[in-house]
Write a protein that binds this ligand. Structure first.
Ligand SMILES: C[S@@+](CC[C@H](N)C(=O)[O-])C[C@H]1O[C@@H](n2cnc3c(N)ncnc32)[C@H](O)[C@@H]1O
Length: 282
């Protein structure tokens, strides 16, 4: 089948994607979009992006909309991405929590990985916590007092994440051998995460551009390497959602190459070693 593309078709799908998940594709990315959607068109017997748009919207077809989002969601991720969040957790956040837990000021720590992709981020958090407790001989703080929720818009990413199984290439990206051999076992060509760490993470679907953010629920949020793809209005909306979801004094991590310009109303910015993080104002 021959496909034809037009500026109108691109603009329609571009707007649909932005409205549904916040991702803003520039005109220069039109080739990328067509490339990604090219398998979807024949699947539905369609020959253009206009037709795809009409089928998705006028026929109110949530399945197609979901497939379009799956096609454009970039799931690039790796283990222990960026250095500083892990150091901040080990040097500041976990010691603080343990002190407060022992003084009965806190009963638990809630962490949210808000665009978790295939699971590397939340499982890195779980391994980091497990290692910290073990290496420091902490036995009076039950590990399950530290809850980890991991969400994403992509069902495919969530399925992969929940399976906890990784091929040779994905396991090698960012994961030191000490973690690999301690927390994974090799089954054929697959590296399977052990059940103890898998159990530490709960997965669920959450669209960051939705309005139903929890209120003052989380101590730490990771919202990294996702807002770089969003348009300005949705970036602002998501950051307001993050401020709503964090407890006063809670911590927000964004990606090391991301900029959070208007943080001042809800957050203060703190620096640790070469990294920064944002603290929700009291
Ligand atoms: C590049 S990955 C980043 C993964 C991880 N946070 C990291 O830093 O390695 C971006 C993730 O954001 C997800 N995503 C894109 N739009 C989203 C939305 N509106 N709501 C929730 N997740 C979204 C994608 O599905 C993808 O898994």
């Amino acid at each position: 089948m021959k496909y034809y593309s037009s500026a109108t078709g691109f603009a329609m799908i571009q707007q649909l994607i932005e409205d549904k998940c916040g991702i803003a594709l520039s005109k220069e990315k039109s080739y990328l979009l067509e490339n990604k959607l090219s398998t979807l068109l024949p699947q539905y017997g369609l020959s253009s992006l206009e037709e795809l748009y009409l089928k998705a919207c006028l026929e109110e077809n949530p399945e197609i909309i979901e497939e379009i989002i799956e096609a454009v969601a970039i799931n690039e991720t790796f283990w222990f991405r960026d250095k500083t969040p892990w150091q901040i957790i080990e040097d500041i956040l976990l010691p603080d929590f343990i002190r407060q837990y022992r003084n009965s000021f806190k009963d638990g720590l809630k962490i949210w990985s808000a665009a978790c992709s295939n699971g590397q981020e939340p499982y890195s958090i779980a391994m980091c916590v497990n290692r910290f407790l073990r290496v420091n001989g902490i036995t009076d703080v039950p590990e399950n007092k530290i809850e980890i929720l991991a969400t994403d818009i992509s069902k495919q990413a969530l399925l992969k994440a929940a399976a906890g199984e990784y091929d040779g290439i994905s396991i090698s990206r960012g994961l030191e051998d000490q973690y690999k051999f301690l927390y994974f076992s090799k089954v054929g060509r697959t590296w399977r995460l052990n059940e103890e760490i898998k159990r530490r993470v709960n997965f669920g679907q959450f669209n960051l551009i939705g309005r139903d953010y929890p209120y003052k629920q989380y101590d730490i949020i990771f919202c990294r390497n996702v807002l770089i793809y969003f348009s300005g209005r949705f970036k602002k909306q998501v950051m307001e959602g993050m401020a709503r979801a964090l407890k006063p004094g809670g911590i927000l991590f964004i990606g090391s190459s991301e900029l959070f310009e208007d943080y001042g109303k809800d957050f203060s910015m703190e620096q640790y070693q070469n990294g920064i993080f944002y603290r929700k104002k009291e």
